[in-house]
Design a protein around this ligand. Structure first.
Ligand SMILES: [Zn+2]
Length: 445
């Protein structure tokens, strides 16, 4: 009996508590109107967004098309090349006549019309999106030119490497890639594909190899910022010199491959034009170009990964690579050392791994300034590798001194942007360059 009374009491208390809870909930929900709830919702969401970020990553795989598929691809390449050259001609002519280019939408409209005109109906064999993507590529090429990132777009020939982009309707399975109007092509997925594929670029190198580069959106956890600061000076003699006093040369096997490349260039120029020997030499040369490009890319990938893994702040010069290429004597060396590609790698990997790449103004006299007393020399010829400061007497290695100045200037630059009230973005999450920016050495884009 007593036991029952206790149970009853417990049940009553519990019932009361539950009622209070439900009334409480009702009271709260009437207090909070809809907009307030919504605001709370949006207040919670950003936390999720802070923890994750979406980056673009490119995955490149070798394709093995059958003879029939190679023919189908040749049609797509050829027609896309035709559209590129046709659009470039139109834009050039329009500029000559009116001083203005032709808009992107106008070009797209005319390209569609072209498919139903006598003489060019064969364009219907091409995937229409591939042709449109080509016009987009041309638009981008112009934009890059106007923003001084690239040379003026040029006409493409059958001899160049070929590339086409599919924005949609591609598919993958374990060992195959599906492309519209071509079919399922055998693919070697040597590493797993991550994220959501956004578009694919199919390319054929000068040596006849096929590749697919898949641009993916990958969600990743935002990395914590790293400590460690370093200034780097990119050079001709050593590839890189650092504010810590160490240098890194181009690896020996790359130097050897470059040497051989020079030899093959000379050999080709000696051959008679149109001869079988010349054709053979051309292929051998193209293969060597590919080898050099692969070795260089490999070296730069490893070095950039090493740097972003060790340092949270990396200072470097904002190189005007195009301006340097105008300097004839240095042109070849600089063109082959891949500074631009290296900087892009540092920037996008920095964004992945949480290190910030700061670019120092290209007019900052990093080489001519004494890092100890701040004295600036009037002149320092490129041939001088070591010099003594006339004021404080310190003996400087040219490149190491430059790297130290770059680090000091980087620290000052970061401090300045703090003082200016803008928050420094230690992680450049918004625009991330990917490997797609430096596609195969012979991509036709
Ligand atoms: Zn000095």
């Amino acid at each position: 009996m007593l036991v029952n009374a206790v149970d009853e009491f417990r049940a009553k208390v519990l019932r009361n508590l539950m009622q209070d809870f439900i009334y409480g909930l009702l009271a709260v929900s009437t207090l909070l109107d809809h907009t307030l709830m919504e605001q709370m919702f949006w207040y919670i969401i950003p936390f999720k967004h802070n923890a994750y970020m979406v980056i673009h990553k490119a995955f490149r795989y070798r394709l093995y098309p059958t003879a029939k598929q190679q023919q189908a691809l040749a049609v797509q390449f050829g027609h896309a090349r035709f559209i590129w050259n046709w659009a470039l001609t139109l834009r050039k002519a329009a500029y000559k006549d009116t001083g203005k280019g032709i808009g992107y939408y106008e070009l797209k409209r005319r390209a569609t019309a072209l498919k139903y005109q006598a003489g060019t109906e064969w364009l219907q064999e091409a995937d229409s999106q591939v042709l449109q993507a080509k016009i987009e590529d041309l638009e981008r090429a112009y934009k890059n030119f106007f923003e001084k990132r690239a040379k003026f777009p040029r006409f493409k020939s059958k001899r160049d490497g070929q590339a086409i982009r599919y924005p949609q309707r591609f598919k993958f399975d374990e060992n195959f890639t599906y492309l519209p109007k071509v079919g399922w092509i055998k693919t070697k997925f040597h590493r797993p594909l991550e994220g959501r594929p956004k578009n694919v670029t199919v390319s054929k190198t000068k040596t006849g190899k096929y590749f697919v580069s898949i641009q993916c959106e990958v969600e990743m956890v935002e990395p914590p910022a790293r400590g460690g600061e370093i200034g780097i000076d990119l050079g001709v003699k050593s590839f890189l010199a650092t504010s810590e006093g160490w240098k890194r040369d181009n690896p020996r096997h790359l130097q050897q491959a470059e040497k051989k490349l020079k030899r093959l260039h000379r050999q080709l120029s000696r051959r008679v034009k149109g001869s079988a020997g010349r054709e053979k030499a051309r292929i051998v040369l193209a293969r060597q170009h590919e080898k050099v490009a692969n070795r260089r890319r490999d070296f730069l990938q490893k070095l950039s990964t090493e740097l972003v893994g060790r340092y949270g702040l990396i200072g470097m010069e904002d190189l005007n690579v195009r301006g340097m290429l105008k300097n004839r004597r240095l042109a070849k060396t600089i063109a082959t050392t891949g500074w631009g590609a290296f900087r892009r790698m540092l920037e996008y990997k920095g964004a992945w791994y949480g290190s910030y790449v700061h670019k120092v103004d290209r007019f900052f006299p990093s080489s001519k300034t004494c890092n100890r007393c701040g004295h600036v020399l009037d002149e320092l010829p490129l041939s001088v590798r070591e010099w003594q400061c006339p004021i404080c007497g310190t003996i400087h290695d040219r490149d190491i001194n430059s790297a130290i100045n770059i680090l000091n200037e980087t620290r000052a630059g970061v401090a300045r942007s703090h003082a200016g009230g803008e928050s420094v973005r230690w992680r450049q999450g918004a625009t991330i360059l990917t490997e797609a920016g430096s596609l195969p050495a012979f991509s036709g884009r």
